[in-house]
Design a protein around this ligand. Structure first.
Ligand code: MG
Length: 221
């Protein structure tokens, strides 16, 4: 039976969250704003613009202009790129190859808007992903935690909802997937607690990709 597996990217495919957390904290500090690595994990999935807007409102009680937000976000993005290409999450290769070999359909559903995302993914994971099976920042009006990204992936997949499964690492991503009515597995690859993912509504919470592969092999979903 063919199933659709919808993978988030940051913290699920790539171990990019430590890089994001470090550069967010450093960039905000330079602007005398308070935003810790922990805050970064809690807000994962929100757009950078929304995050900066909210932190300035909270810390300085004012509405930041679009230009100011764009300037800070560009700083953060440049610092992130300077850290180099993040490594894949341990054992994610095995998960992806197993699903591919079983004939399942693999999607990427990410809030990322990198221009060369498909090329990068295809280089690191040859023949796993396809351009037409990706939902990125360019495909949606509202990002996670809005259900739109996952609803779009599901609609385009042509599959029944009960045959789809979302793999997420972040509370807001889990909320988006559950709001879209999809079965959701939280894999806790970051610094949050299992409870954080459970409370966001995950149907199952696992600790790593090795556990995910075992669970898929045993056909628990
Ligand atoms: Mg993520």
């Amino acid at each position: 039976m063919k199933h659709g597996y919808f993978f988030d990217m940051d913290g699920v495919i790539y171990n990019s969250m430590p890089h994001h957390a470090q550069v967010w904290e450093e960039t905000m500090q330079r602007h005398h704003l308070h935003f810790t690595a922990q805050d970064c994990y809690r807000n994962e999935g929100r757009t950078g613009f929304d995050v900066i807007h909210e932190v300035i409102l909270r810390d300085e009680h004012r509405e930041a202009s679009h230009e100011e937000i764009a300037r800070i976000y560009a700083e953060k993005t440049n610092a992130f790129l300077a850290m180099g290409h993040p490594a894949p999450i341990p054992d994610i290769q095995d998960v992806l190859h197993y699903l591919k070999n079983q004939g399942h359909v693999i999607w990427i559903v990410t809030g990322s808007g990198q221009d060369s995302l498909f090329e990068t993914l295809n280089k690191d994971f040859p023949n796993i992903f396809a351009r037409e099976r990706m939902i990125t920042a360019y495909d949606v009006t509202h990002g996670k935690p809005n259900p739109e990204p996952y609803l779009k992936a599901w609609e385009r997949s042509g599959l029944q909802k009960e045959d789809c499964c979302v793999i997420e690492n972040a509370p807001l991503g889990i909320r988006a997937a559950k709001a879209a009515g999809l079965f959701t597995i939280g894999v806790n690859t970051g610094v949050l607690t299992r409870d954080d993912l459970q409370q966001a509504g995950a149907d199952i919470v696992l600790d790593n990709m090795e556990q995910l592969l075992t669970a898929i092999r045993e056909s628990r979903f």
